[in-house]
Design a protein around this ligand. Structure first.
Ligand code: PEP
Ligand code: MG
Length: 546
């Protein structure tokens, strides 16, 4: 038996086969062929498929995000059609007798190399575009229709690390657990694992070898241990642990339907954080009073293309209907940093967490934002919708968003499409600027929701993706973070708006009392964390002098 240990980010015990995640990098080896004619046909076919695909992507993007931002797909078409690029590939096939995929890969590599050596950032970005088009061409040459990691059966997914777009594209019904070499507990992949309700262990280190793929393993998501080829004693011990945990969960279930109220009568709303329609059932099963954070960006990460207005409208509507009149707070697109979307063609940034992300991106690509706002407004008639803006640092961002909302309403009126007039608009307090300016921001909005994941990283200067910094966050940082939170709470109170929180810290039961004392009236956590929080709240007495 081999034992590996890491940091447990979500509990649960499961047994299954380990399966290593393979990025869908195109594997191309140097191959010399006899029949160059066939290779030319393969190349021609792939070229026309890629051009057709790009034209379709362009057309969809034009209506969703406008002509300017859809332009990337035109650039990609131009690159494929570029005479020199095309000629070089053909020469490699006909003269060097390379296979079609190798001819494309070699041409792209040589081009990217030359571009990458140039000083200009703009030209360097074109190197990334060349990689993109060569991947597309090779995918067609190799007849791969999808860029996805396929799982034929249930397994424990292992990886060096996973980015959110990779995690969200996995077949949920087949993932028994996640184990990664790196990662941090506040990363979006860890957050997703919690929402998916499956055991997850991160930071196991390099000892997690790819050669373990296919081996039998027991995952202890409570203790953060991976047992490969477990012995009988371990299996029995894990069975016992699973039984004990099951009993605790059963006890918690008895709290379902009970009020979230402290012994002294303070009422708290306990909401769920979700990343898609699939999570609604879990939210209800765990007694959520509403949805405190629907991370809408996961709709954009699921596929290789933009979700159009209809798809978004349908999803938001189904979530609102599913919650049966309970409040649903949908956060507008919060993309950037670790949540990167290839098809957005975002420029490479030195510090993406401090970069062109989130509300900044939405306001610089208004067509993209308008599509989402239209879908949200149209869905608003199907339930109790609130809209929440991420990463706010300045009042102008709220004012501009309100203008866009008003423009969208006018558009819908002209189209005779219904929407609710009075939709609550709130902002996340997740930057120090928003907390410090909260007295100025409060009169502009209906509520605040404190995003401790980002607020913590910005206040404490601790990259939330970095596992090495976990101790700094916990042991040194709290007071600075709590002071920031108190500022926001005091200003919210002064201006008569409510304040909630939706970061991972909301589930830290050792801090619940602190949060309630500062005036937080809503806490939104992963569905599975709601009942423990309910138990904690019902046992507290805020009238007791500390
Ligand atoms: C946060 O920053 O606390 C938050 C809830 O948003 P996210 O984790 O998606 O950045
Ligand atoms: Mg955030």
């Amino acid at each position: 038996m081999i034992i590996l240990t890491g940091k447990a980010v979500f509990g649960g015990i499961t047994r299954g086969k380990l399966l290593f995640y393979h990025r869908d990098e195109n594997i191309v080896s140097k191959t010399i062929v006899d029949n160059t004619e066939i290779e030319m046909q393969r190349y021609e076919y792939a070229r026309s498929c890629a051009l057709k695909e790009l034209e379709e992507l362009y057309q969809t993007a034009v209506s969703d995000v406008g002509e300017r931002d859809a332009g990337i797909f035109i650039i990609h078409q131009m690159l494929i059609k570029d005479e020199e690029f095309d000629k070089t590939i053909r020469r490699h096939i006909l003269s060097d007798r390379y296979s079609a995929d190798y001819a494309v890969a070699k041409t792209a590599r040589d081009y990217s190399h030359t571009l990458g050596e140039m000083g200009s950032e703009y030209i360097k970005e074109r190197a990334a575009d060349i990689k993109d088009i060569s991947d597309r061409l090779i995918r067609h040459i190799q007849n791969k229709s999808q860029n996805r990691f396929e799982m034929s059966e249930k397994a424990i997914v292992c990886a060096d690390d996973l980015v959110p777009s990779e995690t969200v594209q996995l077949d949920r019904s087949k993932v028994q657990a996640f184990v990664t070499c790196y990662g941090s507990s506040n990363s979006h992949t860890a957050i997703l694992a919690r929402t998916m309700n499956i055991p997850a262990i991160i930071g196991v280190g390099k000892e997690l070898l790819e050669s373990y793929s296919g081996r039998d393993a027991l995952i202890d998501g409570y203790g953060g241990a991976v047992y490969i080829d477990p012995d009988e004693d371990t299996c029995r011990a894990m069975e016992r642990k699973q039984e004990e945990e099951g009993k605790k969960r059963e006890l918690l279930k008895r709290l379902k339907g009970r009020k979230n109220i402290t012994l002294d009568g303070t009422k708290i709303r306990l909401y769920a954080n979700i990343s898609g329609l699939d999570d609604v059932e879990q939210a209800l099963e765990n007694d959520a009073d509403g949805i405190g954070l629907f991370r809408s960006e996961f709709l954009y990460l699921q596929d290789q293309r933009l979700p159009d207005e209809e798809f978004q409208f349908y999803t938001y509507r189904r979530v609102l209907e599913g919650m049966k009149g309970k409040k649903v707070i949908i956060r507008t697109l919060d993309i950037g940093a670790d949540k990167n979307i290839k098809y957005f063609g975002l420029a490479k940034e030195e510090n993406p967490a401090l970069g062109m992300r989130s509300i900044r991106l939405c306001l610089t690509r208004p067509e993209l934002f308008r599509t989402q706002l239209r879908a949200l407004l149209r869905a608003s008639v199907y339930g109790e919708l609130s809209i929440m803006l991420p990463m706010i640092t300045d009042i102008s961002e709220i004012i501009r968003t309100r203008e866009l909302i008003e423009e969208t309403k006018a558009q819908l009126r002209a189209r005779c499409q219904p929407y609710c007039e009075n939709i609550e608009l709130g902002i996340m307090i997740e930057t120090p600027a928003a907390a410090l300016l909260s007295d100025i921001l409060a009169p502009e909005v209906d509520f605040f929701s404190i995003g401790t994941n980002d607020l913590e990283q910005y206040v404490l200067a601790t990259d939330r993706q970095n596992l090495q910094l976990e101790n700094y966050r916990r042991d040194l940082g709290h007071e600075a973070l709590l002071r920031m939170m108190r500022i926001a709470c005091e200003n919210a109170k002064k201006h008569g708006i409510w304040v909630g929180m939706c970061g991972e810290l909301g589930a830290d039961l050792s801090l619940t009392e602190e949060f309630l004392r500062m005036g937080i009236s809503e806490i939104s956590v992963t569905p599975a964390q709601i009942l423990p929080l309910k138990q904690k709240i019902r046992s507290m007495n805020l009238k007791e002098i500390k």
